[in-house]
Design a binder for this molecule. Structure first.
Ligand SMILES: Cc1cc2nc3c(=O)[nH]c(=O)nc-3n(C[C@H](O)[C@H](O)[C@H](O)COP(=O)(O)O)c2cc1C
Length: 189
């Protein structure tokens, strides 16, 4: 298998979840390439919360950084073949732009392309509390084919560390991308 995925990190708290997903995609032998893009506030939140820069993330194997202002990038086109996109974390602003079909940045354009091409699109929203606009936008993108997966890790596996929480959650995101990995934290009944 040689799978390609797109991962966007937008300007919401919880960029460490996006980093954890990126590391797992990068380490998965079935994955050939990960197109990574960050919104400008996404870069700021990433640095504030993890001390990492986009360059640090791009140093991981198989990761190719895209400029979110470059609407001519490969992932802007439906003809670019890939196997799904996740936005982790997804800001309420990014959700709103996707729900309205506003494709003014590469993040919203690449997401829009996933919906029109019927490719997996997983939006890991991070905002609380939620107002009516957020709730309506979640329903709109759901009805258009996206998976709305707020950053709400499960606790039934007894996480002992933040890494355990990241793993619990990213296992479920990988499932949604069609890339199920074995994980001892899965519920066995
Ligand atoms: C430090 C910081 C934390 C933020 N956290 C959130 C958040 O958790 N959720 C959210 O929806 N917006 C959050 N925002 C606001 C968004 O970054 C802002 O609405 C931005 O326009 C989103 O644009 P983007 O989707 O292009 O990153 C935060 C902003 C800053 C500066």
């Amino acid at each position: 298998m040689s799978l390609r995925f797109t991962l966007a990190i937008t300007g919401a708290s919880g960029s460490a979840f996006g980093v954890a997903l990126l590391r797992r995609l990068s380490a998965n032998p079935a994955v050939e390439h990960i197109a990574l893009l960050l919104s400008s506030t996404g870069k700021r939140c990433l640095y504030d919360e993890t001390g990492l820069t986009p360059k640090d993330l791009a140093a991981l194997p198989k990761v190719g950084l895209r400029d979110e202002r470059d609407l001519g990038a490969d992932i802007s086109s439906g003809s670019y073949r890939h196997d799904g996109m996740a936005i982790v974390p997804c800001s309420a602003g990014a959700l709103g732009r996707i729900a309205s079909g506003v494709s003014e940045s590469l993040v919203s354009r690449a997401a829009d392309v996933c919906l029109k091409e019927r490719r997996p699109l997983v939006l890991c929203l991070r905002e609380t509390p939620l107002n009516r606009i957020h709730l309506e936008n979640m329903l709109r993108v759901h009805d258009a084919g996206a998976v709305v997966m707020p950053i709400m890790p499960g606790f039934y596996s007894g996480p002992k560390s933040l890494d355990d929480l990241f793993d619990t959650f990213t296992t479920r995101v990988l499932d949604q991308l069609g890339l199920s990995e074995s994980d001892p934290r899965r519920w066995k009944g």
